[in-house]
Design a protein around this ligand. Structure first.
Ligand SMILES: *[C@@H]1O[C@H](CO)[C@@H](O)[C@H](O)[C@H]1NC(C)=O
Ligand SMILES: *[C@@H]1O[C@H](CO)[C@@H](O)[C@H](O)[C@H]1NC(C)=O
Length: 368
């Protein structure tokens, strides 16, 4: 081997090493591109300019027609084919309620439900009529031990509405919208509706104070427009005033979809094509006026299903023109407890511990 040959071999080696480096780099890039869902970010549609989530029809006029009892020509695309397996005499369409509490509960959360019955679900606020019902799915095994225990619980308390879909995190939207359907059909005369998970602390008193303050504020706001309303109602085509008496409030988020492959909350472009979520109220707890409950339920029949229930309601609200109201006294995390700290709290997450819920609730609700 002469010197020339040796230098050629060395050069070759250098090139091989360089090629190897390029190869590794390319792999890393491809990995990043794939793992972080870069293409999903590149190819998503603009939420501001291009939000045409299906169904692409004038949902406001459909909802208005339904509310006025008119015939509509558009067929609903999102009617869940499930049934209510139980009913409850607790609520009728005649009795006037101040607040109806929908608790979305898991089948095996017997302790959570008992703690709620002893605290904010008590239905004994002086001068107010409040009702509480629990909404559950099924486990698909009619004779399971779990189902037998629920049957007993139901016979004892008569406060459970069971629906024949499989209880699963990804079926949350079904649970939410089926409970909307239940209140729409069986309990539509409450002034307000609270939807909550079974691991929340709730202050019904603070909640009612909040909604009534909002109510008074919106009535004084609404007065100047009285004239235009009269003009409209004498016009040829009657439309329901969808903007009046709207309230959909809780902790409002404005964020963007997660496209990381590793995320539990990853959403593909096929599922949701836009670069932002509509403003949405986090699912733990939120309150609606009776008008908003009806408008949102009817609109949901014309809005394509989406797996996360809070975002789904945000989409429905956006499409039908309901603006979610942010209220900082709903905590989607667990607010650190002290007697004073909780004076204005309406809802706080993180109360899966039954003794704790009962202790905190009692301390906040002792009449001094
Ligand atoms: C959701 O419920 C339906 C109806 O019971 C069921 O077929 C489906 O498997 C459930 N989804 C999940 C993720 O469990
Ligand atoms: C809806 O709530 C309002 C109070 O916000 C009440 O005046 C009205 O009667 C309620 N409507 C029905 C149908 O119960």
């Amino acid at each position: 081997m002469n010197l020339n040959q040796i230098s050629i071999i060395l050069q070759n080696n250098k090139m091989k090493r360089r090629n190897y480096k390029y190869f590794v780099c390319a792999c890393v890039l491809v990995y990043i591109y794939y793992f972080f869902g870069v293409s999903d970010y590149l190819f998503s549609k603009s939420f501001e300019d291009d939000f045409d989530y299906p169904l692409n029809v004038d949902i406001r006029s459909i909802v208005s027609d339904v509310m006025l009892g008119k015939k509509i020509s558009v067929t609903p695309i999102n009617y869940y084919p499930y049934r209510f397996l139980t009913n409850s005499g607790k609520c009728s369409t005649i009795e006037k309620l101040d607040l109806f509490i929908v608790v979305k509960s898991s089948m095996d959360h017997f302790g959570h439900r008992n703690a709620i019955r002893q605290t904010y679900g008590q239905e004994t606020l002086p001068g107010r009529t409040v009702k509480t019902l629990f909404f559950l799915g099924i486990d698909g095994q009619p004779k399971s031990d779990l189902q037998r225990r629920i049957d007993q619980e139901m016979a004892e308390y008569k406060d459970i509405i069971q629906i024949d879909f499989r209880d699963h995190y990804y079926n949350n939207t079904i649970k939410t919208m089926m409970s909307f359907r239940w209140v729409y059909e069986h309990c539509s005369t409450s002034d307000f509706y609270l939807f909550t998970d079974d691991d929340m602390y709730i202050s019904v008193r603070n909640l009612l104070d909040y909604v009534h303050e909002r109510d008074e504020a919106s009535q004084t706001e609404a007065n100047p427009s009285k004239e235009t309303n009269e003009v409209e109602s004498s016009g040829v085509t009657r439309t329901a005033d969808l903007d009046k008496d709207q309230l959909f409030a809780g902790y409002v988020f404005k964020s963007a979809p997660q496209r990381f492959r590793s995320s539990k909350w990853r959403v593909s472009l096929d599922e949701y094509r836009w670069n932002k979520w509509p403003a949405y109220v986090t699912a733990g707890a939120y309150v609606l006026s009776n008008k908003s409950m009806k408008v949102m339920y009817i609109a949901s029949l014309f809005v394509k299903h989406f797996r996360f229930d809070d975002i789904y309601l945000g989409i429905v609200a956006k499409k039908v023109g309901v603006t979610p109201t942010h209220c900082p006294n709903f905590y989607f995390y667990k607010k650190a407890y002290s007697k004073l700290n909780y004076k204005d709290v309406i809802a706080s997450h993180g109360y899966g511990n039954h003794e704790e819920l009962i202790r905190v609730w009692n301390e906040q609700n002792t009449v001094v």
